[in-house]
Design a protein around this ligand. Structure first.
Ligand code: FUL
Length: 738
């Protein structure tokens, strides 16, 4: 009986096959089959049947699922695989310490001393990125290549006596290091006399032609959304507005790109090739469609919030690119040297961009030497090393993978395609199926906290809802519930120790087509603890991962297992040096040490007088948080001062000042005087002077003086950096004698 069923099954499928391949046989219960069964089939082992079945199966032609919705072009498909690449903002602003030059800067100002594009490409390659997009021209109009269209370019600069070409040097370095090159050409040009008139549009088109004709392959052409406004405009110094939709003749621009660089994608706020992600912080929404309703969005700006998710019912394939700078600014400013993003921040950006179906365009502000700064390099490599750790072992490999359905039961669409690391193969379901599941059964329980999924996007983006379940102690539990997947989705969740994991595709626009599934266990991020204190003296030590322990010392010795294990915020009200270290008990690994010298806390401090501005707001200058600040009134003249009652008489021997830490900073005090009083009436100037180089280095500056006892302090700004008359304080502290 069993054998009969088996035979019938075989024959049925052979009938199906004969029909598919066009054979003419009709009935399967004819005598030759019975004879054949008796003489031959019965003798063939089940194992061989499987092999034969597979052979027959592979000869049949099961059609792939029909494409769903707007599809990516070949260029876009290639672009998706770029995933992680660098932005380089390097141009006139690097030398004027600005973010948006006016266009009136003399070309001579551009003069890098050690420009080395090979250093850029070496670092970018080592960081695991696949390309570089350079600001060939930013809004100030200065061209990094010797364009025929204007004299406002490298050829009028001192650099290489006007014979240099940064774009050429980068193209060569990219070729050497196997990186792709992209170019940013700002449509807005605050230098050009004809900006705003039709003549400029020809210039802009010509510049594009030059860039796309003379430097080899370009993978992405980047057009910024900032357009029109005040500028130098050949000396007119006026405001010129344009209509971004019509002025640049975008159709013509696209024609030029398609003609000269048929492999390139075009970035613009709303596409057409790649869209902006709607913020400059490097994150997409969890729900992220590579589709947009182009007619509504293009060319983009007013609907930028929608760009974070795209549109489920989008009419065009326009995937998101998340651009963000490794420092607060796009251009290099020495004042931001201490504000390079930390590893936890960069890692978070990675997961919230690449992990959410966007690409990551991470900006490196090349400095005035013409080099990527050492600190930026250090952080890039830390990120690269951490990513290597996070994605070290794919736990799905070598495990048993079952799927609820396989398209036509055909090996072409088998479950193993999910783990073969080949983006061209995929697991697909039958047309009738729009919900399906994959189950990975481990041979023994495994701990994991990351799942990576990829759709086979050549057939469109389909998945609308999915969830992850883990089998723990024989029971399924839901560990994540999500919406879109797209080209790539990486989920982070609390670690589970599970016997099996199930991915449920709960809603899809059509049969499922997934090309990748990986499961990882990322070890906790082991970085030195951050140390903060509030005005009341409560000190908080923090690390990104809750399974990591923190030890600290208050005795000037390096902390270790013998020291205090941090639990609750501690009260630190007296001068003491705190050192902290993070420890991963499972891996038995230690972080680097962080430290901070505390003086008395500010819980009794009160601002009692300010020369101008809001006295309530002046508390920001003494809240032990340098990221909040107080500024004097807009139209006041210097000097400006603040008087603080310390609430107790102390033996004072120094003062410290941290300037405003904002990206758009102001009121940095360069020249100061500091007075002390016992009673608030009789003052003694104990120190005055200049904080050298403070505008470029906005870290804590201290000034010491002969110890004196006092209860009131008066910090006075006699000069600030730049033309802004305001004085601003991020934080002011004292050093008391111990
Ligand atoms: C913005 C520009 O205005 C910035 O200067 C920078 O180039 C950034 C990437 O795009 O819109």
């Amino acid at each position: 009986m069993v054998k009969l069923t088996f035979t019938e099954k075989m024959v049925q499928s052979s009938k199906a096959i004969r029909m598919k391949v066009g054979c003419t046989g009709t009935k399967y219960h004819v005598k030759w089959i019975d004879d054949f069964y008796k003489s031959t089939i019965r003798k063939i082992s089940v194992f061989s049947w499987v092999a034969i079945g597979m052979f027959i199966n592979s000869c049949t032609n099961i059609e792939p699922p029909d494409p769903v919705g707007p599809l990516p072009s070949a260029n876009q498909l290639n672009w998706h695989q770029m995933e992680y690449y660098a932005f380089v903002h390097f141009n006139m602003n690097t030398f004027t310490d600005m973010e948006w030059g006016t266009g009136g800067e003399p070309p001579d100002t551009f003069n890098p001393t050690q420009l080395d594009t090979r250093q850029w490409t070496r670092i970018v390659k080592e960081a695991g990125m696949k390309g570089i997009i350079l600001t060939a021209k930013h809004h100030d109009g200065f061209c990094l290549w010797p364009t025929e269209t204007t004299d406002h370019s490298v050829k009028s600069s001192k650099w290489k006596n006007g014979n240099g070409d940064v774009v050429k040097e980068l193209a060569e370095a990219c070729n050497e290091f196997g990186l792709k090159m992209g170019l940013y050409l700002s449509p807005w040009d605050r230098n050009h006399p004809d900006y705003g008139r039709p003549e400029y549009v020809d210039v802009f088109h010509q510049q594009l032609r030059e860039l796309l004709s003379n430097y080899g392959d370009v993978f992405e052409v980047w057009f910024d959304g900032a357009n029109g406004g005040s500028g130098y405009y050949g000396g007119a110094n006026e405001v010129r507005k344009i209509d971004n939709k019509t002025y640049y003749q975008w159709d013509k621009v696209h024609e030029i790109v398609n003609e000269l660089q048929p492999g390139a994608v075009i970035f613009g706020d709303g596409g057409p090739g790649v869209r902006w992600v709607g913020n400059e912080e490097g994150w997409a929404n969890e729900t992220n469609w590579s589709l947009i309703r182009k007619a509504e969005v293009y060319p983009g700006w007013p609907k930028y919030v929608e760009l974070r998710s795209g549109h489920e019912d989008g009419t065009h394939w326009v995937p998101a690119e998340a651009d963000v700078s490794i420092r607060p600014g796009w251009y290099y400013h020495p004042r931001e040297d201490h504000q390079v993003k930390t590893l936890p921040h960069l890692l978070d950006i990675y997961y919230k961009s690449i992990g959410r179906n966007a690409s990551l365009l991470l900006n490196l502000p090349v400095d005035h030497r013409g080099l990527i700064h050492e600190r930026d390099e250090e952080q890039l490599i830390k990120l690269k090393d951490q990513l290597r750790e996070d994605f070290k072992d794919d736990l799905a490999l070598g495990q048993k993978i079952n799927t609820s359905n396989i398209r036509g039961n055909h090996r072409k669409f088998k479950a193993d395609n999910l783990i073969d690391a080949n983006p061209e193969t995929y697991w697909a379901t039958d047309d009738t199926i729009s919900a399906a599941s994959i189950t990975v059964t481990f041979n023994e329980p495994h701990k994991f906290n990351r799942i990576l999924l990829q759709e086979y996007i050549a057939l469109g983006q389909r998945v609308q809802k999915f969830s992850i379940e883990a089998m723990v102690g024989g029971k399924w539990m839901v560990i994540d519930d999500q919406t879109t997947i797209g080209y790539k989705r990486i989920l982070r969740f609390n670690e589970v120790n599970a016997e099996a994991v199930k991915v449920n595709i709960n809603k899809s626009k059509g049969p499922v087509a997934l090309s990748g599934l990986s499961i990882y266990r990322a070890l906790p991020l082991l970085v030195e603890p951050t140390i903060t204190r509030n005005k009341n003296g409560k000190v908080t030590l923090a690390v990104p991962d809750s399974s990591i322990q923190i030890y600290y010392s208050l005795n000037n010795n390096l902390p270790g297992i013998q020291d205090e294990l941090y639990g609750q915020p501690l009260l630190i009200d007296r001068p003491v040096a705190l050192m902290a270290i993070a420890y991963d008990p499972e891996a038995d690994k230690w972080s680097e040490v962080s430290s901070r010298n505390f003086d008395v806390s500010k819980r009794r401090w009160k601002v009692i007088e300010v020369s101008s501005g809001d006295i309530e707001k002046a508390e920001a200058a003494i809240d032990d948080d340098p990221n909040t600040h107080w500024s004097t009134g807009q139209n006041e003249t210097l000097p400006q001062y603040i008087i603080v009652d310390l609430g107790e008489t102390l033996q004072l021997s120094g003062v410290s000042y941290i300037p405003n830490q904002d990206r758009w900073t102001h009121g940095i005090i360069t020249d100061y005087s500091f007075r002390v009083s016992k009673n608030g009436n009789d003052w003694m100037t104990v120190v005055k002077g200049e904080f050298s180089n403070i505008a470029n280095s906005r870290t804590e500056k201290t000034a010491n003086f002969k110890p004196i006892s006092g209860r009131f302090i008066r910090f006075e700004a006699s000069k600030t950096h730049g033309d802004d008359r305001r004085a601003s304080i991020g934080e002011i502290s004292i050093i008391s004698s111990r």
